[in-house]
Design a protein around this ligand. Structure first.
Ligand SMILES: [Zn+2]
Length: 396
């Protein structure tokens, strides 16, 4: 009833963008990027009674004109042809598709445009005042470039969405990326643009894809000082991760004064994640959305759009981590204790590993790290270096 109202007093707290069509973004049965994560998350929220069908809005497909806001026309054409099986391997590889990371799959264009459209649907819902917050877990494809796919990402939904926000709503956007990999595609899309601020906290690129995201990547020309990177060391644990994240987001939001916040919520900074080397636990995934929401409430009258991202332990990590985003949006306290029995028994049959039975991770999750103090200190120095530019200190 109140859903389409522009009246802020009638607006919903949160909208969950989802339809089964989002699951069509699938490289292969064995590829680490697996959208079953969304099904598992939604089912967890459903079985705990935290979401119902009135909360869910289906995505639309992004149009070619919308994709062109952040992508080259030739690249879009190639993706369309690839999905119909009519380009050669050599041509595909020039555009980053048909590679080991980003294989070609049927209807690749339609499936990719559907993920972008989901984020655009979330944007419109928030910017038109129908809801305070919106989440599209199918989005977060932060490695997509203007003219090239990369790192499991074809079209970059966040880049398209930010351009769309600029064009349609004229708003200043703060993009916050907590995926364990650097949010390179989004950063480069707005590297020269002073009206978009990108913030990425990630495992240092020394040993991890894509290798960029150094603190010296601060933006270019008029955009200098609106790109922030926080490369943390391998084996970083919860306390240091959260300290860096909270300090960075608070100081940058105060400095930049955004109108709207877009967060990318990759869940691959967890100790269990098979592709990265960070030592996060469920504590960080409980806190990340809560801190982002507080910032959106403080600076943006609540306007907050969240998207998914990486996350390759789809059974033990991603559902619990991503459920926290929705629970935060609905103003619910972080749950504790055992997960819904029905969810555990349903999915344990399919899971190749024993599911974690509780919202919290078992403690301790891993052997103590001898270098903890050293890593924490190194991260702290990195944080201070990266924030110097807005603390009016000399950059060295
Ligand atoms: Zn990642």
């Amino acid at each position: 009833m109140a859903k389409r109202s522009g009246n802020q007093y009638m607006r919903k707290d949160a909208v969950f963008i989802y339809s089964e069509e989002q699951l069509g973004y699938s490289f292969s049965e064995t590829h680490p990027f697996n959208q079953k994560r969304i099904t598992l998350t939604l089912d967890l929220l459903t079985k705990m009674g935290a979401i119902n069908e009135n909360d869910i809005l289906p995505p639309r497909m992004a149009t070619d004109d919308e994709l062109l806001l952040a992508h080259d026309s030739k690249f879009i054409q190639i993706v369309k042809q690839a999905g119909k099986g009519i380009i050669s391997k050599e041509v595909g590889e020039i555009y980053g598709i048909g590679t080991e990371d980003t294989p070609i799959f049927p209807n690749m264009h339609e499936a990719s445009a559907m993920l972008v459209g989901g984020t655009l649907t979330a944007v419109d819902e928030v910017m038109q005042g129908n809801t305070k917050y919106a989440v599209n877990l199918g989005g977060g494809l932060h490695h997509g470039f203007k003219g090239k796919a990369s790192g499991f990402c074809v079209y970059n939904d966040s880049s398209v969405a930010i351009k769309y926000i600029q064009k349609k709503y004229g708003a200043r956007v703060l993009y916050i990326d907590t995926d364990a990999h650097h949010g390179d595609g989004v950063q480069w899309s707005f590297y020269d643009d002073p009206t978009v601020c990108t913030l990425s906290i990630h495992e240092t690129g020394r040993y991890l894809f894509p290798g960029t995201g150094k603190i010296t990547e601060r933006g270019n020309g008029p955009g200098y000082g609106t790109s922030f990177n926080f490369p943390i060391d391998a084996f970083t644990e919860d306390e240091s991760f959260l300290h860096i994240y909270k300090t960075a987001i608070e100081e940058i939001a105060e400095h930049f004064k955004p109108d709207v916040i877009l967060t990318q919520n990759g869940a691959d900074a967890h100790y269990f994640d098979p592709l990265t080397h960070l030592y996060g636990t469920m504590n960080i995934f409980e806190q990340i959305p809560r801190i982002a929401r507080d910032i959106a409430d403080k600076y943006c009258n609540g306007r907050w759009i969240a998207v998914g991202g990486g996350g390759y332990d789809i059974w033990r990590v991603v559902p619990r981590a991503w459920a926290q985003i929705w629970l935060t949006m609905k103003g619910q306290d972080a749950p504790s204790g055992i997960l819904p029995e029905e969810w555990l028994s349903k999915w344990q049959e399919q899971s190749p590993v024993p599911l974690i039975q509780t919202w919290e991770d078992p403690s301790p999750l891993y052997e103590p790290i001898p270098r903890k103090a050293e890593i924490t200190e190194k991260n702290e120095q990195m944080l201070n270096q990266s924030l110097r530019i807005i603390r009016n200190e000399t950059i060295v």
